[in-house]
Design a binder for this molecule. Structure first.
Ligand code: PEP
Ligand code: MG
Length: 593
């Protein structure tokens, strides 16, 4: 086969850091492309529904088989495949397909495609990247059913021979868990973002991955040499010897760097002049707890509870929620776990919650606004958290506070739940700390009043930046304007920390900014008490903190606050960091991950 151009560069999203050099192994996960439509006679409808149900049962069996065969080392991820088994019979796919076969008298393949296309439209409107990307699970599951309907063979990934870089349109957790992972050097996919399963799994396995490359599968063939640079989010196809040599150097440097920073996992995050800051982890799934512990987190600073509501068809019961919170609390004790109440609503997906479509979902009925409207759902979650509180050190965090009345109302509901528990003689921690996310500019403006009502603040920079700069955090067209070092953002952060400290409460940060090495001197200078981040970022953040000086960081911040433009600030921060940590920078001047 004719080779393409030498050193062809593809840019995507760096989902898991590191460099891999090797030959491509194409995994054909493209959709079962051609699906034909035909109309049924009335007498064919029930048999067609049976044929569909049979294909679903078969898919269920296949997934069950995959779970059974998962290697021990990644058993933790079986939960995701379990959630795929649930999707098989989700209303969106299962019931809708059956209804379409019956009402439109069409064949099962066509009806299923139609149901999935409809779900894709619904998901596409979801603001939150994580939830929006869950459509990939739905598509994956439906493709499996389609294959069963059309009799197409499902590739057996356990057969991969030799060490290869997997190149695929998309990979599901079932695909990854089937692979002999010791044979996988890297992952490259057309689809996916930072929160896709490929990203989550490759990070926890420390396999370099670049996702969201859009059309790389059209350019690569099995056997082609490729370089995956997960740190820079790029892939080089047909590299020449000099490029291979350069990347080998980078790979070695990175390996040395990783060995070096791993030592910092269990050391306290304390600066040279003895300023102590706590480093905690953000989680979405219980499966992440081993990674949290392995990276030396001093607790969980943000447990995003939305996933508990998405992995099943019905709303989770109080018992299910209670068990999840008790598990996390127990495992992380004596360290604390900050449980954020549901940050869902508006157009965010949850098929069992009857929500209207909204023009501006980011500004709509989401998070605390949703909880204050759907009081029963809110109370159920609060009850579960309170009931779990004696088993660990739990804290409650309310998201998206924009007005002090929301705090009054949330606290009043919490009190009602506590009173019920007292009456029922169910134990809970009466002093459970209550905090709020500071992620809307209006909350910063009234931070002094809010601080008197709560026990702690946690700054959500992901949303704070979005709402302050009016930049949709998931819109790729304005992504370049999403600037954490915008002077306006730095001022808001400073105001929040000062207001919190004046009222005597700790101030944490749990947005992505907290885990970004480049920003650490600024965050130290601000005097934040806690930083909560992706667990994999912890060692490198601790290393930077341990080499830094709090006094110098304060002076550094002082100077930063005098600069007028984001560009000046970015350049100054990079220059200072380069001087301090030149060994942490890669060949292109970006920080190594
Ligand atoms: C944030 O907004 O910074 C945050 C941590 O919350 P989420 O990313 O879940 O909105
Ligand atoms: Mg947020």
């Amino acid at each position: 086969m004719e080779k393409g151009p030498i050193n062809a560069l593809f840019k995507g999203v760096g989902a898991s850091g590191g460099v891999a050099i090797g030959q491509a192994y194409m995994v054909d996960r493209s959709r079962v492309k051609v699906v034909y439509q035909y109309l049924l006679d009335p007498s064919q409808i029930e048999p067609e529904i049976e044929r569909f149900k049979e294909a679903v049962n078969q898919a269920d069996l296949q997934l069950h088989q995959i779970i059974e065969e998962i290697p021990e080392e990644i058993k933790d991820h079986a939960g995701i495949i379990d959630s795929h088994r649930l999707i098989l019979r989700d209303r969106m796919i299962y019931d809708q397909t059956i209804e379409l076969i019956r009402n439109e008298q069409i064949n099962a393949e066509w009806a299923l495609r139609k149901a999935v296309d409809h779900s894709q439209e619904v998901f596409a409107k979801i603001k939150d990247e994580y939830f929006r990307s869950r459509i990939n699970d739905v598509v994956y599951v439906s493709e499996r059913i389609l294959r069963n309907l059309t009799g197409k063979k499902v590739e057996n990934l356990a057969d991969i021979q030799g060490q290869v870089i997997i190149v695929a349109h998309d990979l599901s957790p079932a695909d990854t868990t089937q692979m002999r992972l010791d044979n996988v050097l890297g992952f490259v996919t057309d689809m996916g973002g930072k929160t896709s399963h490929t990203a989550i799994i490759s990070q926890s396995l420390e396999i370099p991955a670049v996702v969201g490359l859009e059309r790389i599968t059209q350019a690569v063939s099995s056997g082609d040499w490729i370089i995956v640079d997960g740190s820079e989010g790029q892939v080089i196809l047909n590299p020449d010897p000099e490029t291979i040599y350069n990347y080998q150097q980078k790979k070695e440097k990175l390996a040395q760097y990783r060995t070096e920073i791993a030592k910092y996992s269990y050391l306290p995050a304390e600066t040279q002049d003895r300023f102590r800051i706590k480093i905690l982890a953000n989680i979405e799934f219980l499966e992440e707890i081993p990674t949290v512990l392995a990276n030396g987190a001093e607790g969980i600073g943000l447990f995003r509870t939305e996933f508990l509501y998405l992995s099943q068809k019905e709303l989770p019961t109080e018992e299910t929620l209670f068990e999840s919170f008790r598990n996390v609390g127990r495992t992380i004790a004596p360290n604390s776990v900050t449980v954020r109440t549901l940050d869902i609503g508006g157009d965010k997906f949850a098929s069992h919650m009857d929500l209207a479509e909204e023009m501006n979902p980011a500004l709509g009925l989401r998070a605390i606004r949703f909880s204050l409207k759907e009081v029963d759902i809110f109370k159920r979650q609060l009850r579960a958290i309170l009931r779990a509180s004696p088993y660990g050190k739990l804290k409650i965090l309310f998201p998206m506070i924009s007005d002090i009345n929301e705090v009054f109302q949330a606290k009043a509901i919490l009190k009602e739940v506590k009173d019920d528990l007292i009456e029922e003689k169910i134990p809970f921690d009466p002093k459970i700390p209550i905090g709020i996310m500071i992620e809307i500019p209006s909350a910063v403006a009234i931070a002094d009043s809010l601080a008197r009502e709560v026990d702690f603040f946690s700054i959500g920079t992901n949303d704070l930046i979005q709402y302050t700069l009016a930049i949709d955090r998931v819109n790729e067209h304005v992504a370049h304007m999403y600037q954490p070092l915008h002077p306006a953002i730095l001022r808001l952060l400073q105001q929040t920390v000062e207001a919190g400290h004046r009222a005597g409460i700790p101030v944490a940060m749990c947005g992505e900014m907290a885990g970004e090495p480049l920003y650490i001197p600024i965050l130290l200078g601000l005097g934040l008490d806690e930083l909560s981040m992706n667990p994999m970022s912890i060692p490198r953040v601790k290393r930077i903190i341990r080499m830094a000086s709090h006094n110098k960081a304060k002076k550094f911040l002082h100077k930063v606050m005098t600069l007028k433009t984001t560009e000046e600030i970015n350049a100054y921060v990079k220059q200072e960091m380069f001087q301090l940590f030149s060994d942490s920078f890669g060949i292109n001047g970006t920080m190594l991950y």
